[in-house]
Design a protein around this ligand. Structure first.
Ligand SMILES: [Zn+2]
Length: 85
């Protein structure tokens, strides 16, 4: 993670806000992704797009933190399984 932040450090010259946003998103990506892989039931219920990516179709639903990019690019595969409450 520190290497990724270092690589993106020139963004600071362009926009400190952009650099901080990219850095925070990168940290969230790593933390959330690790959490989802440690707690698959939580991932299946609340981050279903990422669960689908790993368990159903690895060529779809690449988003981890949000499915926004998949919605924009048309790669979101919404085949949620009904979760019993
Ligand atoms: Zn994953």
């Amino acid at each position: 993670m520190p290497i990724a932040i270092l690589i993106h450090s020139p963004l600071w010259l362009l926009s400190p806000t952009l650099f901080l946003t990219v850095s925070i998103y990168g940290i969230l990506f790593v933390v959330i992704h690790n959490m989802l892989h440690r707690h698959p039931a939580f991932a299946k219920r609340y981050f279903w797009w990422h669960w689908n990516h790993h368990m159903r179709n690895q060529n779809k639903s690449w988003g981890v933190v949000l499915p926004l990019t998949d919605i924009i690019t048309g790669t979101l595969e919404d085949n949620r399984v009904k979760v019993k409450k």
